[in-house]
Design a protein around this ligand. Sequence first.
Ligand SMILES: Cc1cc2nc3c(=O)[nH]c(=O)nc-3n(C[C@H](O)[C@H](O)[C@H](O)COP(=O)(O)OP(=O)(O)OC[C@H]3O[C@@H](n4cnc5c(N)ncnc54)[C@H](O)[C@@H]3O)c2cc1C
Length: 533
Amino acid sequence: MTIPRDIVIIGGGHNALVAAFYLAKAGLKPLVLEQRDSVGGAAATAEFHPGFRTSLLAHSAGPLSSQIAADMNLSRHGLEMMEPGVRFAAIGLDGRGFALYSDTARSAESLRKLSPSDAEGYVRLCAALERAATVVGPLLSLTPPDIESPSENLPDLWKFVQTGRSFRKLGRAEMFQLLRWPPMAVADVVSEFFENELVRAAIAARAIFGTATGPWSAGTAATLLLRAAADPHPAGPSAVPKGGMGALSAALAAAAREAGAEIRTGASVAQILVRDGAAVGVALATGEEIAAKSVVSSADPKRTFLGLVDPVHLDPFFLTQIRNYRALGNVAKINLALDSLPTFPALASVDGTGANPLIGRLHIGHELDYLERAFDASKYGQISEQPVLEVAMPSLLDPPLAPAGKHVMSIYAQFAPYKLREGDWGSRRFELLRTVVKTLAAHAPGIEDRIVAEQVITPVDLERDYGLTGGHIFHGELALDQIFTMRPVLDSARYRAPVRGLYLCGSGTHPGTGLTGASGANAAREILRDWKR
Ligand SMILES: Cc1cc2nc3c(=O)[nH]c(=O)nc-3n(C[C@H](O)[C@H](O)[C@H](O)COP(=O)(O)OP(=O)(O)OC[C@H]3O[C@@H](n4cnc5c(N)ncnc54)[C@H](O)[C@@H]3O)c2cc1C
């Protein structure tokens, strides 16, 4: 083996790039090894049909922490975020719809046409989520406490004390609400604020995105709170990078390189080398070995511990915990190249602030039970016949993504279970496409005639091409038993693996809620603590 490097990081997703930046900034020399030809992982832009480019997988960000964006000076590295006037719109089968803007009063006005009482409910929900975010938000950038000895790390303990104080500041009613919500089904929570089914379903959809849950599943309100901690707007963030998510990854990589990190693409790690209970480097699929004082994996926990570490180095109980970690994906991604802009008649009465209301994210799934039935199918290994869709038209905000006058449509389709009871994704991918296009056509008549080309990415493709075990878009289910001190598992939720010198920094660690960069930044902080010791 070569002279040991300071740190090798397995994978070049956004969390790895954030971690590499902070480690390099502190004076270490991290080497990022990415198996694909480009960095970014699920934050990628590519041409999927001549002249048509889009965010291949994620089409919106967590959002990325503003602290990280500032530390990494991403705007200087070419990142330009674009904020559409409409954040989010939803349409029902009765030809009606509504839009949500950044401005609460304006959004409430849009809802008033559907239900005056829901306009008031929306104002109440915004206030509740904003207040909850003041307590839960700071937890995202915190290392989960060591359950055995919480006082071991004083800075962490102090932050917890502060969280406790902001919790108490909420006042009795809101404190009770924050304690009451997490185990609840999000369907029950939204029903306390709204009477209109479309409004209920549209807000509840945020809680179940990317998970194996329906709106009536217990604990889905916790996911809503977790997401609201990053952005308390009820429908979540809407700003997108100019050039798609790949532009975000390019800026992160540029910042990491400038700080002193080295990045190698086309470098697939086959094994984490362990000697005398400590990680000492990695072996690439080519056979090349790279020695390192510390190894950081941004691959998901199952891939890391069941695929890259020889099981003889891991405790059998820990291995069982990792095997039991739930990570079966349920989202498919469909990208469409369109020869012209589709028309959604239900959006005709929606104010697009001077632009087409399709410029934000569009929700399709008109009632809570529709969402639940779509989820039901996946429980039995079936593709939802009437899927829940989140649709984005990136070329409306960012025209160079498609040839003049043409468009790209980016669609999240739920539910598309990794494990199908009958057949396989190889033979059934076009069935999913037909179902999605049929669902779209019920709201946008004639859309099928505008499709020039399509790309269908199933959970199995996510596993094969992007290294996401089980095709899970968040590296593992976001649920009460797999968050915070239990992400990925109890006793190993502080970015340190049970092998000396081995760390995790990907979405399978706290907070793991998507493209926020928080897992990478938190992991870097813990690694640096150990280095200083
Ligand atoms: C379809 C889809 C939609 C999504 N939508 C949203 C959204 O709207 N909002 C949001 O916030 N998040 C969304 N996400 C989730 C978000 O993209 C992920 O949570 C995030 O990208 C995870 O980042 P990461 O850096 O932890 O890991 P990843 O992005 O998964 O990167 C891990 C990297 O490691 C590499 N790798 C794995 N194994 C090896 C190995 N052995 N050797 C070398 N390299 C390896 C992989 O190739 C990959 O590049 C979505 C994801 C998908 C797939």
